[in-house]
Design a protein around this ligand. Sequence first.
Ligand SMILES: *Cc1c(COP(=O)(O)O)cnc(C)c1O
Length: 389
Amino acid sequence: MDKKNFETAAIRTQLERSQFQEHSTPMYVTSSFVFEDAEDMRASFSEEKDRNIYSRFSNPNTTEFVEKVIAMEGAEDGYAFATGMAAIFSTFAALLSSGDHIVSARSVFGSTHTLFTKYFPKWNIETSYFDINNPDEIESLIKPSTKILYAESPTNPGVDIIDLEVLAEIAKKHKLLLIIDNCFATPYIQQPIKFGADLVVHSATKLMDGQGRVLGGVVVGKSELVREIYLFSRNTGPAMSPFNAWTLSKSLETLAVRVDRHCENALKIAEALESNVNILKVKYPFLTSHPQYKIAKKQMKLGGNIIAIEVKGGIEAGRKFLNAIKMCSLSANLGDTRTIVTHPASTTHSKLSEKERLAAGITPGLVRISVGLENVNDILQDIEQALNS
Ligand SMILES: *Cc1c(COP(=O)(O)O)cnc(C)c1O
């Protein structure tokens, strides 16, 4: 088979079988690999041979996982990391120098925001922020030192959508690298490289694993950029473990069917909640009421599994809602088989001032629902009884 379709690539991208002819890929739990002789060792280290040397550089299991993500995202090359944050940090660290500048969406994952505000300034790397609902302001933020344009879509926790083609046009015009965190969509729903992204980063911890078991991260994209990230990473050591790679490679085999059901459940719940009298607003990319519905439809195959709702009564109502939940989990994770509800204003974003929260789109009554794979009626019943209580 030459170019495989998505589901097939997720299942039939596999290592060569060992002498045991196993059907499922075995786990290669080894820190290093042996050489035939001095010449084999020399050729391997000089990279004349493409082979495994040490699991900080590569391992058969991480290679299999990365190959699948490369195929799914339509990328040229990739590298796997211990966590999503290791992937994001290493990507920036490998590609930027002191004095460089980043233009980023304001609403990005919390730890990514902390990299921009607390750590990168120590190395003289500054970041300017644009409002995802106002891409027109991006060009005014670009300086001669700007190297990277960075965004997530859909965003966390507000599920806002940004037009990836518009970002790619701006990046091309100003010779910036466009890097997209595609974690909320997964490559099944959205492939940013098709719209012009240079690199795509993921937390594999979320829907890619989808079962709340392991942490992982991955970056895929243009070969020459991935090469820089690889060299940085093989020397600094954020590599994914063979066990996690094996687990995640298996997870990817079911990504399409899992995400199909996640999204089917999420759309049904979002539609049902729109008529609930205790909710001010329901935000879900594939509801026609979503402000960027048309863009979502253009670049996403499905609406994803995250719904943002605004409960009536502000912070107190949000806390009460969480306390009345019976089945769904109160947890910081998302993209799990189990439905998870969180109230950002009183938890993850409680340290921000009310003003800072509002600037990031976090209203007092905002509740984020990561819709799982339980029976959709059971999920809805739990949410509705908590809202009505
Ligand atoms: C969770 C998450 C990350 C960080 O991933 P970890 O695997 O937890 O390090 C980055 N970006 C987004 C959008 C996430 O949801």
